[in-house]
Design a protein around this ligand. Structure first.
Ligand code: SAM
Length: 274
């Protein structure tokens, strides 16, 4: 593969911290399980060239590097330098795996037809607005080989989690409009993929109950998976109070075995026509 010059885009994740990145790395089992499901559906092969866009701390990319072996390679791209630093530290034994700070906006640096597969696990909905998502998919199509595949797994916005419902409720009380980035509708995603020239191969709806020890554990998970942007739309002087009210409402769901939260996701595999 040609050497790529990657644009450093630290400012895309300015609110992230080392602590949030480490917390995510240690507690993101649910995202990892969803990622394993996505990779199974993508049918990656030994020798494949793969891009993980929004790779976080690189846990899933290491799993993929085991599949590609040393005859293939995996590139992980993430705007958070804290997450990329952790990913690099944990991947020293994988010469076929490299990580760079970058985002959807860095895709222009990859040559045409250079990947067998590109995937985004819990990352696509973080790409800014419809236009940004459309140009990201256009770039992904360009850098995929003909017959190459894209795999996406994201929260299904038509079936919001209880955390999302409570967050909206509390924010509404404070007159704050929530940044609507927690997921995408399956219809929107399918139509974006078709519009950017992909053939949709598979659409799966997944419902996973997730268990948390406490309300605080749910808030901590939201903070770390949103790289410091959870509640960022709330003015700072109200943020602690808002967090407290959300935690209180979540605590009402506590059972002796924890809090169970239903999460609905959409998983899509699509192909660049050959
Ligand atoms: C919920 S985490 C998922 C991380 C990883 N894919 C996984 O499965 O654990 C979302 C990731 O998307 C990254 N991200 C946010 N905005 C992005 C963008 N515009 N382009 C690429 N990645 C982005 C974040 O830095 C974060 O690491």
């Amino acid at each position: 593969m040609e050497e790529c010059s990657i644009i450093m885009t630290k400012s895309i994740a300015p609110s992230d911290t080392q602590d949030l990145a480490e917390h995510y790395d240690q507690t993101s089992d649910a995202q990892y399980e969803n990622g394993i499901h996505l990779i199974t559906e993508l049918r990656i092969n030994n020798g494949d060239r793969v891009l993980d866009l929004g790779c976080g701390t690189g846990r899933l990319a290491r799993h993929v590097a085991e599949i590609t072996g040393k005859t293939g390679f995996v590139v992980g791209l993430d705007p958070s330098d804290h997450r990329i630093k952790l990913a690099l530290e944990k991947s020293r034994l994988f010469p076929q795996l490299s990580f760079r700070v970058g985002s959807d906006l860095s895709l222009g640096n990859f040559p045409d037809n250079s990947f067998d597969a590109v995937y985004l696990n819990s990352a696509f909905h973080h790409i800014k607005d419809h236009k940004g998502q459309e140009s990201a998919l256009t770039q992904v199509r360009r850098i995929l080989k003909p017959g190459g595949k894209i795999g996406l797994s994201d929260p299904d916005q038509t079936s919001p989690s209880i955390l999302r419902t409570i967050t909206h409720e509390v924010l509404g009380k404070y007159g704050v409009h929530s940044q609507d980035d927690d997921g995408i509708t399956p219809a929107e995603l399918e139509s974006l993929l078709r519009y950017t020239g992909f053939w949709i191969q598979k659409v799966k709806y997944i419902k996973n109950p997730e268990r948390y020890d406490s309300a605080q554990a749910i808030i901590d998970a939201a903070e770390s998976s949103h790289f410091g942007n959870y509640l960022s739309e709330v003015p700072e002087e109200h943020r602690d109070q808002v967090r407290l009210e959300i935690t209180k409402k979540l605590s009402e769901l506590q059972t002796s075995t924890g809090i169970f939260m239903k999460r609905s996701r959409v998983l899509i595999i699509a192909e660049k026509p050959g």
